[in-house]
Ligand binder design. Structure first.
Ligand code: ZN
Length: 416
């Protein structure tokens, strides 16, 4: 058994002098510090222990195009995202990106992620393998499209089906991943439905209601559907765990049906702002009882930090006409347990409750940084957590553990 001693910020509870005891990869105690005579105790005071972060929406093939600003969604896809995604046909390039992508997530404190794979099977395999090597709990899938994209990104529905069957056998944490209704015909969505029926318990991820142009396009293509969600709804299986990215412009009837169906939304505030998609109607989601978590949405987002995404959500809600006032505890919940709940993994990860996998982030501000100075002046733990969400960057992620094993550690000499 190993014991970590430090202030702990867990979901809905704080221990200013805490102990986290780990045995065989599991958390066996999380609470006020007490001596464990038979265990090795590591003194980590000076930093903070938090649950590992959960990224509910991120694209592995877009790592290198973060920062292309000033475009709308369909324009940004054509100009930047899709050409870069086409480069994933080159397996050596895709393997390099997969390695860098997984490192980007883990070094930002992410221990679990729902990831859009590539439009190519070998590149998607490279992602799964990179995640396995690093210890990241990755749920992902080969991206389906059979129209409206450059021809090199398209597959025939029957080929998509066959490839998925092989991938599912090899990688059980598999997400059925049609890119969006614009680029997936009914035949392709039927493949999704068949896969979900044949493999109960898989995940299903796609995009919804991101920008008006996209929504109109979907309405034109699926004349029979009452709205955008109605398209997916028709092909969804009850067993699948469904995560839909964005939902910036939902209708009331969609929110009602999303709540009833138990789908989750991945809210990606940096991406929404950067592409000019709009402000996420968080209050309407809360009022309707639609579950939501956070996604960094690399590469339309600003990077792989879920903490920064939580802070972006806070900022957007502060300027929204009907915004929700997110406090630091709410930001922590959205960055961790809400993601685990969206993925149906809340009994395994997302908080530091005893019995869960020891997926832990150790944050410690670099010596001499503005954050370190601010942390010296805080009056209570809430202010410390607020300062962390406002200022902590990857440089403050000192160590990340996955099932108790150190999967990332940073030398303490880097200055912000
Ligand atoms: Zn996306």
């Amino acid at each position: 058994m190993e014991v970590l001693r430090a202030p702990i910020f867990d979901v809905h509870r704080t221990f200013s002098d805490g102990a986290l005891a780990i045995d065989a990869g599991r958390i066996v105690y999380c609470g006020d510090y007490k001596p464990f005579p038979d265990a090795k105790t590591i003194d980590l005071r000076g930093g903070f222990l938090l649950p590992g972060f959960v990224d509910a929406h991120v694209h592995f093939p877009q790592l290198r195009i973060i920062g292309r600003l000033g475009r709308s969604l369909l324009d940004w896809l054509d100009r930047f995202a899709l050409p870069e995604e086409a480069r994933m046909a080159d397996i050596s390039y895709a393997t390099e990106i997969a390695r860098d992508f997984v490192h980007a997530l883990v070094s930002n404190g992410t221990t679990t992620a729902l990831i859009f794979g590539a439009h190519f099977v070998p590149a998607t395999v490279a992602l799964f393998e990179a995640a396995e090597r690093t210890g990241l709990r990755a749920i992902s899938g080969f991206v389906f499209s059979d129209r409206a994209l450059p021809p090199e990104l398209l597959q025939k529905p029957e080929d998509a089906y066959r490839a998925s069957k092989l991938l599912i056998k090899k990688f059980p944490r598999y997400a059925i991943t049609p890119r969006f209704a614009v680029s997936a015909s009914e035949a392709m969505l039927e493949v999704c439905q068949t896969l979900a029926r044949e493999h109960p318990g898989l995940w299903f991820q796609t995009h919804i209601n991101e920008q008006p142009g996209e929504i109109q396009d979907v309405a034109r293509r699926f004349g029979w559907a009452q709205d955008y969600f109605g398209v997916y709804e028709r092909f969804l299986q009850n067993e699948a765990r469904v995560v839909l990215a964005h939902n910036v412009h939902p209708r009331e009837a969609e929110l009602e049906r999303m709540a009833a169906r138990g789908v989750s939304i991945a809210h990606c505030p940096s991406s929404n702002a950067s592409l000019g998609s709009g402000i996420f109607p968080m209050r309407r989601h809360l009022d309707a009882g639609v579950r939501f978590a956070l996604g960094t949405d690399v590469g339309a987002g600003s990077g792989a930090s879920v903490m920064r995404e939580a802070f972006a959500a806070y900022l957007m809600q502060r300027v929204a006409a009907d915004g929700v006032r997110m406090d630091a505890g709410e930001m922590l919940y959205r960055a961790t347990l809400a993601g685990a709940e969206a993925l149906g993994l809340e009994t395994e990860t997302g908080s530091l409750e005893a019995g869960k996998s020891a997926d832990i982030v150790y944050l410690r501000a670099p010596e001499g940084s503005v954050l370190a100075g601010a942390l010296k002046r805080v009056e209570d733990p809430t202010q410390a957590l607020e300062a962390l969400f406002t200022m902590a960057s990857a440089e403050s992620v000192r160590e990340v553990r996955m099932a108790g094993e150190v999967v990332f550690s940073r030398k303490p000499d880097s200055r912000m």
